[in-house]
Design a binder for this molecule. Sequence first.
Ligand SMILES: [Zn+2]
Length: 436
Amino acid sequence: MASLLITGADLVGRDSDGRSDGRADILVEDGVITEVGSIRSAKGADVLDADGLVALPGLVDLHTHLREPGREDAETIASGAAAAAVGGFTAVLAMANTNPVTDTAEAAERILDLGRATGLVDVVPVGAVTKGLDGEELAELGLMHRSRARTTFFSDDGRCVHNARVMRRALEYVRAFGGVVSQHAQDPNLAGPQACAHEGELSGRLGLPGWPGIAEESIVARDVMLARHTGSRVHVAHVSTAGTVEVIRWARAQGIDVTAEVTPHHLVLTTDLLAGYDPTFKVNPPLRPQEDVDALRAALADGTIDAVATDHAPHARHDKEHAFVDAAFGMLGLETALSVVSEVMVHGGFLDWAGVARVMSQNPARIAGLAAHGSALAVGDAAHLTLVDPSAEVTVDRSASVSLSRNNPWHGRTLRGAVHATFFGGRVTAQKGALA
Ligand SMILES: [Zn+2]
């Protein structure tokens, strides 16, 4: 029997009210947690001394772009899974905007199988809402759900389901099996495909096409009303403005079934980084002013925003190294997410480690319906877990990444808090920034 004894870890992550249970030992046998507490010895077990480390349930990312099939030069499912493991993740949702698009049962099963073959994380295929992401005709939502992939999470991410009739029908359809539609909220009439900078004084000065917050807020306002009307569930991808936070807060107060995520980059980086026209900072939705960043932090801390999701968006050099307006949208995020959240939310005083467990594991697992993830680290749970060194300082080096891409907006920054080791099904997958 393969067994592992983790000694002296801080199990703060399992206590939902935020009080630490203090240090405990964790015994893992055949991929399952079999004992938690003070464990004197475990015969034949590998022993890992976790003194000073925090044990979290394995991280879950609701928003990852893995580029396979179609753009394996930017990322494959294997390289993305490796980046996820290094970043402390044990499950990632792979967005549907690949080539071909994940809009059939066969396509979803293929991604599931390629993910399983990595043995590093659970790769959960996201189903497209519409065929070919065309925004008009619904994809095979029911067939994807009945497939081996058991898809419950659908998104046209990269594009907005802007047609209200289509969004209404998608919500009605997924309600039958408890599914959810994750919306990339961007009204194309207010922020078209060229829009690439927060609309304001700076975008005007730089001569960059503006992406106003209202293009996000108006779609979210419409979608929460559609969720109420249909009795279905909507998830808001990458919330980027204070106005969207207000809409979600209002919707929650009405009892509307809405959940939301924020990216690490929108919690820290601001629109003035665009002043040097560095395409590394081109992302969709765009970086916003400090007052939006402040509202997002507060909303994540108070639970209005449920989850942190990376929107990991690898791009090959030849797609990113262009004039700002022509460069591809997106940033890497899997390997740095935990350190960014630690730096800004924990060291910044907004969340304790129990809160991090909530927003990076338990809530995303619940939203995606992943029963084996987001556990309370209790006896009988699958041993998907992440050990974090809260005091480690890391200086991000984009060349050290296991991703195939290098569009890393954190390059050169020093962050406090780092993933020490990741365990997937009781097996160590990554340790100190590298695959195990
Ligand atoms: Zn998106």
